[in-house]
Design a protein around this ligand. Structure first.
Ligand code: NAP
Length: 259
């Protein structure tokens, strides 16, 4: 176990699937009380059952992270169930693909609301809870896509993920007065349900372009999130960790071929 979160209250948005599910299971394995949030209840219930069957503590709340009232309800329910909020993992996100010429303005707004506005809403809703005990941790799931790399069809997604980092650098200053840190994990290509939807050809090409020659696992991201939320990272705020198997490093395809 990397760290103990015994008795701590942890919100994981997008906790029903993929990276969020991995993060939720990771915190539960470290003794945390985990509140999972997503829109579809069947997958939430499935994840809660899995965590409980391993001896962990978990509950779930249906929540649309782009909706202010829904996010406020999530935080209120978490505080009621677990006595407060110690850690917010702002992880929920979507990555539909459409090139600019085909991208409808409403679809742009939908991605920005789900990925970026949600980060603001979740942090805003948690501030009163962090303030009560003058402590808190926020871990954002950003991406290498947008802040560092690009892929055709993801202008809206890349903008949302880069926007999260702009948000975090200012938020780190504002949250300091509540004894709260905020940092981000920047995953490379991680094997999740959402990524499987992009097709085997995409997955094979992605793995071939990664120096460590494999896609990341949800546990790879969970480990970084757990570190950033732990006492080991209590003096780190406004920072990012790239977790990508070296994906951003090769200058050219020749660099990969020469490994
Ligand atoms: P995923 O497998 O598709 O899971 C996404 C999760 O977010 C689900 O639990 C989903 O549940 C939830 N969600 C989506 N929209 C929501 C909304 N409006 N309100 C509440 N919950 C919502 O995706 P993933 O691959 O794990 O991605 C998770 C995060 O990692 C995202 O922020 C993504 O940008 C980031 N990321 C992923 C990768 C990768 O390679 N997989 C790489 C870099 C960054 P519902 O649909 O039931 O709401």
């Amino acid at each position: 176990m990397l760290a103990s979160f015994k008795g701590k209250s942890i919100i994981v948005t997008g906790g029903s699937k993929g990276i969020g599910r991995g993060i939720a299971k990771g915190f539960a394995a470290c003794g945390g009380q985990v509140m999972l949030a997503a829109r579809h209840t069947a997958e939430l219930d499935d994840c809660v059952a899995e965590i409980k069957s391993s001896g962990g503590v978990a509950r779930a709340t249906q929540c649309d992270v782009a909706d202010w009232q829904s996010v406020q309800n999530l935080v209120a329910e978490t505080a009621k169930a677990f006595g407060g909020v110690d850690v917010l993992c702002a992880n929920a996100g979507i990555f539909p693909q459409a090139k600019i010429v085909d991208l409808a303005p409403d679809d742009w707004d939908h991605v920005l609301s789900t990925n970026l506005k949600s980060t603001f809403l979740c942090v805003k809703a948690c501030i009163p809870e962090f303030g009560k005990r003058n402590q808190g941790r926020v871990v954002i799931t950003s991406s290498i896509t947008g802040p560092i790399t690009g892929f055709p069809g993801w202008t809206h997604y890349g903008a949302s993920k880069a926007g999260q980092l702009g948000f975090l650098r200012v938020a780190a200053l504002e949250l300091a007065r509540y004894g709260t840190t905020i940092n981000a994990v920047m995953p490379g290509t991680i094997m999740t349900e959402g990524l499987i939807d992009l097709g085997q050809q995409y997955l094979d090409a992605a793995a071939a372009a990664i120096p460590l020659k494999r896609l990341g696992s949800v546990d790879d991201i969970a480990n970084a999130a757990i570190f950033l939320a732990s006492d080991y990272a209590s003096y780190i705020t406004g920072q990012t960790i790239v977790v990508d198997g070296g994906q951003i490093l090769p200058e050219t395809a020749d660099a990969i071929a020469a490994i």
